[in-house]
Design a protein. Sequence first.
Length: 402
Amino acid sequence: MALDERTFLSQLYRASGIPLSLYDEATDTSETFPAMLSDTGIFRALPESLLHFTRNPDYVISDSFAYYGAVASDKSGRYILAGPIYSTPVTKETVRAFMREWAVPHDRFEEIDDFLRSIPMLSFHRVLSFLSFLHYGINGTAVDPAKHFGLAAERGNNSMEESVQASLCELKELHGYHNTHLFEREMLECIRQGNETGLNALLQGAAGLRAGIVADNSIRQEKNIFIVTTALATRSAIAGGLDPEEAYSLSDLYLQECERTESTSALSSLSYSMLLDFTRRTRDKKIPEGLSREVYEAIRYITRHTNEAIQVPDVASHVHRSRSFLAVRFREELGTDISSFIMRCKLEEAKSLLTFSDRSLSEISNYLCFSSQAYFQNVFKKRFGMTPKQYRTDSRKIEGMR
């Protein structure tokens, strides 16, 4: 039974959410899924960069960093186009760049914004896998994405080795060696130790560093370096005691901000802030040396469950020790009892919420599982010498002056 390409693409779009189009070069017409793409002019004609592709399937990356793929139908001679597909969150600038590429009128911004944000994000490798699947569905022929798109080097292929050797020879002749290795080691050690003073001193003397060329334009170069640096900083902070969930969440936020940034000076400033942020958080969460495994695990459990009504038995159960055993260890190693430590962690998080969120006092009290708002206010004032409302006012004044 012959494949009905139109029905197949319609079903595939509904299942995947990836925009698709059936393009007939002979008549220069196309049908899009979803239909709204036809009104924007997208896929009204095959992109010039895909008119003469040398492999089937194939792909291109647009100036707005969108992936577009093409599959030629062996039976009908028509083309199936996929995209746009993004591997990073869609921003307002992404939408504007997309509209410039396809000459979409400005008054359709909100519509295009909603459309692009509805498309599932796919990594580069998943885009290639999707195109391979699309090719199989249309032509019944399986392709290996790694081999087809040249991601897997064949045995005996020495092109990369030759390029590396040529690059090393050139560096020797020009004395243009990379000189970042020692700096990176010292920087990562500062982050691991939570040593903000040492990191500041190290960054002040970083002007003479020479990094490798990892992109073909200055913005992409800085972004690529930022991505690598953030990954290294994340792992160093975790090694220093920062909670993995907090570290990875922080990493995600900085990487998203990196992709939104479009100037080298802004990227430099963002990189500086990112490194200091990881270092300060690691310093603030630093676990004293010499802690037993039980106390360390208890601390991790408490700090990750401040929004729950946890009690001492819950903590003891988590570390598989008796309540009395853990209480003794806690007192010996931290100089405080478990209940006091739980309360301290809740109140420290309350301070953060008061400063950096707009949640009401009752919302914060409920979130941190205090028995009542009045009790929350009393214990907060007893510990910090001011009410939560006074603390919020004062802390925001300080933040505003930074």
